[in-house]
Design a protein around this ligand. Structure first.
Ligand SMILES: [Zn+2]
Ligand SMILES: [Zn+2]
Length: 406
């Protein structure tokens, strides 16, 4: 039975409760960090109500699943939860009214202030209580332990904000660009066995647009063309005969060399795409130019160690919770279809071992611009591979068809 805002009997009962003037409670609703099946067998993240006593003693009073667990509760559902808890407090406490109920959400406070005031309870907006996120995690864990919920491998991976230097505005720009790409849907225009090249912010990368052959939509980005050839052979079940590591890469941006190669005239060891890359690398390279020991250590360069980057559109269960929460908090656009959530990952190769990481600041900004350029490039014929095109920024260059490569 729901206690409605016009349920006079229950409201009078709440009004008659003794009042603990100094007591401050806080109401919060949160999506748990687990997946459950709803009544229609749809996989959802359940939303829970939490009522916490902030003062005089920090304490969780009650938490329970929301009536419509796949969305934020309405103000009247929150009101019902509050009144039920006040009338029938758990843990054998005496029923009473608090002096103040605080909310973390301004809209909710505005909607409920009048009703609670008539019950003699003040309202305010406060930051979520300390320890709330731990409580959400603990409740999630307990559901998993009791086999009532599940979690995917991807769910607890770090979110995009976990990388130093990455901020909200960058993530928002990425979401917006990825949304426009999903909406534009150039999946049939680009074939998965065609490699394109593009230079953005003086970083040259090879790109394959995924989506022409199956249901995986996105883009794969790599500094090495032979890596793409190798992957294509693997996917086709054939043996890759070419070499994978002997190609010369640019010391600045890491791109495998295609046509022209500039070399440092002093040490003759460092190769570059062009003069621009060489100039940009000089602040790092000057330390190693006359010092072979340093050269062998491979000084830190923004893109060198990180071999591949992908943007894939996933269903929510394949997305880290932290990213889902950010998107929900800021209402960034998502294309209305099943697999619509843009997820960016970087494969990091370190001494033969590979691991997954989230894009750093430079990578995220690069990927965002790539989506924008790809949207702009739709319907236009890419430039053919030539020295001038290689040097130009934001120019989509056709490099090769993988199936033709022998
Ligand atoms: Zn370069
Ligand atoms: Zn040099």
């Amino acid at each position: 039975m729901e206690i409605k805002t016009n349920d006079k009997e229950s409201l009078t009962a709440v009004q008659k409760l003794p009042k603990y003037d100094s007591e401050v409670l806080q109401y919060v609703s949160r999506l748990l960090r687990v997946w459950v099946q709803d009544e229609q067998q749809k996989t959802i993240r359940p939303c829970y109500h939490f009522l916490v006593r902030l003062y005089p003693k920090g304490q969780v009073i009650r938490y329970e699943i929301c009536r419509n667990p796949d969305r934020k509760p309405t103000a009247s559902q929150v009101f019902d939860f509050l009144c039920r808890t006040l009338l029938d407090p758990p843990n054998g406490e005496d029923a009473h009214r608090p002096g103040i109920i605080s909310f973390t959400d301004q809209d909710l406070e505005t909607q409920l202030a009048n009703m609670l005031n008539t019950l003699g309870i003040e309202t305010q907006v406060l930051q979520p209580a300390e320890g709330l996120e731990d409580l959400v995690k603990a409740v999630s864990e307990s559901l998993i332990k009791r086999d009532l919920a599940t979690r995917t491998d991807a769910s607890e991976r770090p979110g995009m904000l976990s990388k130093p230097g990455v901020d909200l505005s960058m993530i928002q720009a990425f979401f917006t660009a990825a949304y426009r790409l999903r909406e534009k849907g150039p999946w049939s225009e680009f074939s998965e066995n065609q490699v394109y090249g593009i230079r953005i912010d003086d970083i040259f990368r090879f790109v394959v647009v995924l989506g022409s052959s199956d249901n995986v939509f996105g883009v794969a980005v790599c500094s090495s063309l032979s890596r793409f050839r190798q992957k294509y052979c693997q996917a086709m079940g054939s043996q890759y005969s070419g070499s994978s590591s002997s190609n010369i890469s640019c010391a600045f941006c890491g791109a495998e060399q295609l046509l022209v190669t500039y070399r440092c005239t002093q040490c003759k060891v460092a190769y570059y795409c062009n003069e621009k890359c060489q100039r940009k690398d000089w602040s790092v390279h000057k330390q190693e130019c006359h010092n072979n020991a340093l050269w062998n250590q491979k000084l830190e360069r923004p893109f060198l160690q990180r071999k591949e980057m992908t943007l894939i559109y996933c269903s929510e269960t394949a997305v880290p919770f932290d990213d889902l929460d950010l998107q929900a908090k800021y209402s960034w656009p998502l294309y209305p279809c099943e697999e619509n959530f843009p997820v960016a990952f970087v494969v990091v190769a370190n001494d033969g071992e590979t691991s997954l990481d989230r894009p750093n600041k430079e990578e995220l900004q690069w990927l965002t611009k790539l989506c924008e350029v790809l949207v702009e490039s739709c319907g236009k014929t890419p430039s053919s591979l030539n020295e001038k095109a290689l040097m130009e920024q934001n120019k989509w260059i056709f490099v090769e068809t993988l199936s033709n490569h022998k």
